[in-house]
Design a binder for this molecule. Structure first.
Ligand code: NAD
Length: 485
């Protein structure tokens, strides 16, 4: 899908207007995107406040009103958020790409649509009843209050939409501290959500944020006495900070998802799925395939098939040049290197251009044939540069996959028609998401069954977050009565 320049200018002009800047007809979308930022003061109102204290106070007032409104209103509000986000999916995708300079516009639209459609709603809170000789006990899911949510730059809008639907479906309000590199897009997203809520009679400020998020305001959110629960989504630093607090923390941390391909796999299908998955939004999604571990007897066929299906397979001398571009420091073998942030989330064409190779934007993935110890295998690169490494057999493949995943227990998968190998690897990985014979985004419900989440909380054991994650189970026992059969 492509937008015309007129459409793009319209979206940017509206954003600039909100940011208090004069729209610049002369500034084409690409040059704005190249700046990697949308500059300017973010105005207040519709959930956006100057201080964390104000944002929390507003969310507290809103939650108290919301709690009295009943389940039917809650359902109406969540449906209104879904509809608004479906309507705004393209605008939000364009804003996110423009402001952060990361990912692919067309994939960000799909991410927004996915979470708007497939994040579970209040129906997730089905009460559980048990009856017996001693009477009846019912468990219901109560709100926690205010949830403080810290969001990443890689999926700014899909995380806000997903977290909002899950948090509000459970009867809570949300205070966001968004990534500073996505603050304008995130503020716009929060305004749209509040507008949708108020439009169907819901309270103002069910979702709030500060206009200038920083590490300092993130800390304030984490430590605020009125915030009951934290939902942090990001890298190891923010997860460690959240786990230091005395609050209940739901922490969605980093991954390095390995995909194994064994000799029983349908190789062309595996190649197609890996290209689609590893290049989805230029590999910035935490679940995207980050390395392939391939049984040697089919490795050449897989690489050929990936090339036939449009991936660019690097020659040895090109890989050497690329390493100097994408790594700031490669580091020791079998360890992650330090990635050059300038190339995170960029298109394959932009990265290849740095080593003098010109390709079109239809080339979605760069593939490197590397030894097991190569830093690319061990690094969460978050760019469409994808290592394929060879092993003698499935046993070695599974053992290497476990090590390369670093114990994050996030996401892994396999292409195989051997149910024993699928089962053994799924057990050995012990991850929140395991995908067999599909792109890893299918584990988020995109092309696979099941609900969607963009906060996969492996470090705290919550898995794919949902309304129940932000609920407090409460039970009522009626002794000796109400079993009616
Ligand atoms: P990041 O860790 O740089 O930032 C995430 C958020 O945490 C931002 O809002 C940032 O401002 C804040 N933050 C960072 N360090 C902090 C600190 N010390 N104290 C307080 N706040 C801090 O991550 P990113 O680049 O935005 O996102 C990419 C990372 O997030 C990857 O590692 C990816 O795997 C992970 N991620 C995980 C999930 C998941 O569901 N598990 C989802 C998306 C992204």
């Amino acid at each position: 899908m492509t937008l015309t320049d007129v459409d793009v200018q319209g979206i940017i002009a509206r954003v600039q207007e909100r940011l208090g800047q004069a729209p610049s007809a002369a500034m084409p979308a690409r040059s704005l995107a190249a700046q990697g930022n949308v500059a300017g003061e973010i105005s207040l109102g519709e959930g956006i406040y100057r201080t964390v204290d104000d944002a929390v106070a507003a969310a507290r007032r809103a939650q108290q009103v919301y709690a009295e409104m009943g389940l039917d209103t809650r359902r109406t509000i969540v449906e209104a958020i879904r509809s608004a986000m479906l309507r705004e999916a393209e605008n939000l995708a364009m804003l996110a790409v423009t402001e952060t300079g990361l990912g692919r516009y067309e994939d960000k639209i799909l991410k927004n649509l996915l979470v708007a459609n497939k994040t579970p709603g209040p129906e997730d809170l089905e009460p559980v009843a048990v009856t017996g000789d001693d009477g009846m006990t019912v468990t219901e899911w109560a709100p926690m209050g205010i949830v403080g949510s810290i969001t990443p730059t890689t999926n700014p809008t899909s995380t806000i939409i997903n977290n909002t639907i899950a948090i509000l479906s459970a009867g809570n309000s949300a205070v966001f501290n968004v990534h500073p590199s996505a603050k304008a897009t995130s503020a716009e997203n929060i305004r749209m959500i509040n507008r949708a809520i108020v439009g169907v009679g819901g309270p103002h400020d069910l979702v709030t944020a500060v206009n200038v998020p920083t590490l300092g305001t993130a800390k304030e959110v984490m430590e605020h006495p009125d915030i009951r629960v934290l939902l942090v989504t990001g890298g190891p630093g923010v997860v460690a900070e959240a786990l230091k607090t005395d609050k209940r923390a739901v922490a969605a941390g980093p991954g390095n998802p390995p995909v194994v391909v064994d000799e029983t796999a349908d190789i062309d299908r595996a190649a197609a799925a890996i290209i689609a998955g590893a290049s989805f939004d230029n590999n910035v999604i935490c679940v995207d395939e980050k390395e392939a571990i391939v049984v040697d007897s089919v490795a050449d066929r897989l690489l050929r098939s990936m090339a036939d299906q449009g991936a660019y397979v690097l020659k040895e001398h090109e890989l050497k040049r690329l390493e100097r571009v994408i790594f700031r420091e490669m580091g020791p073998p079998n360890k992650p290197g330090k990635i050059n942030g300038a190339f995170i989330g960029k298109n394959a064409s932009v990265i290849l251009n740095e080593i003098g190779v010109q390709v079109g934007d239809d080339v979605r993935l760069i593939v490197a044939d590397v030894p097991n110890e190569h830093n690319l295998v061990w690094t969460e690169q978050m760019m469409p540069v994808f290592p394929v490494t060879r092993v003698p057999n499935i046993d070695v493949a599974i053992a290497l996959a476990v090590k390369a995943e670093h114990g994050f227990r996030h996401t892994a998968g396999i292409h195989s028609t051997n149910v024993d190998s699928i089962t053994r690897m799924a057990r050995a990985m012990n991850c929140s998401i395991f995908v067999a014979n599909g792109s890893f985004v299918s584990g988020l419900g995109h092309g696979g069954e099941g609900y969607s989440s963009f906060s996969i909380a492996s470090p705290t054991g919550d898995g794919l977050t949902r309304p129940r994650t932000f609920s407090r189970p409460r039970r009522v026992s009626v002794v000796g009565a109400l079993r009616i059969v």
